[in-house]
Ligand binder design. Structure first.
Ligand code: GRF
Length: 221
């Protein structure tokens, strides 16, 4: 039997070619919700400014944690941001405020990029078919919190990330795109998270472009 390739000698992520993403018609206005470091938010902004998301723009970032990494990235990147603090509102009032901010900015499509709040039907209905989330597992495996820890505990040999439409059931809406990475023998939380995030930064812009094209085709009838 031929020797199996040693994954540690290769590029660890599985980098298959993503489908081509022709220009978006009409241009897409993106709103991003983020609670943490904001690396996916930055990947989206960069993709709009010269990658697979040309024809789209991140017009607004909303954060719920004052001073979080995403907010600092928005300052550096020159993207308008707004704080909507969940500590001062019920889940329902939080989502009503989100919808109002997003509508004020005429956002077409909303991206939950590390938004650590469970959303209500208020937000889901206002952006039905236009609200996406990125989750660090190959759904439907490992829904909910600490998907990377769940994957390590389960001993799976393959993990990855999923971009999906948001439905009322957590991490259960229609899957738009997925990317897979190997889980290595000596992986810990931080090494596996980093490998998955590397793929997230490619996958999220591509999946948003795909949905943008779908919405554009629907709009044109
Ligand atoms: C990502 O791993 C995403 O899958 C999860 O939250 C993380 C956000 O990372 N929902 P970042 O804030 O974009 O760096």
């Amino acid at each position: 039997m031929p020797a199996l390739p040693n994954p540690s000698q290769n590029q660890l992520s599985i980098r298959w070619p993503l489908p081509p993403q022709p220009g978006l018609t009409p241009p897409l206005r993106l709103g991003v919700l983020a609670s943490g470091s904001g690396s996916n938010f930055e990947a989206l902004v960069n993709a709009c400014r010269g990658g697979v998301l040309e024809g789209a723009a991140v017009v607004q970032l909303i954060v719920n944690n004052p001073g979080c990494g995403a907010q600092q990235r928005a300052d550096r990147l020159g993207v308008p941001w707004q704080l909507v603090d969940h500590r001062q509102r019920s889940r329902l009032l939080l989502d009503q405020e989100l919808v109002s901010c997003l509508q004020d900015s005429a956002v077409d499509l909303v991206v939950m990029a590390g938004w650590m709040r469970i959303v209500t039907p208020v937000l889901i209905a206002a952006y039905a078919g236009r609200l996406v989330n990125i989750h660090p597992s190959l759904l439907p495996s490992f829904r909910g919190m600490d998907a990377v820890g769940q994957a390590l505990a389960a001993g799976v040999r393959l993990s990855g990330c999923t971009v999906h439409l948001v439905a009322e059931e957590v991490d259960a809406g229609e899957i738009l795109m997925q990317a897979a990475v190997p889980v290595l023998e000596d992986d810990d939380h931080s090494s596996l998270s980093a490998r998955i995030q590397d793929q997230e930064h490619r996958l999220l812009p591509a999946a948003v472009a795909l949905l943008g094209q779908r919405l554009g085709s629907l709009a044109q009838g």
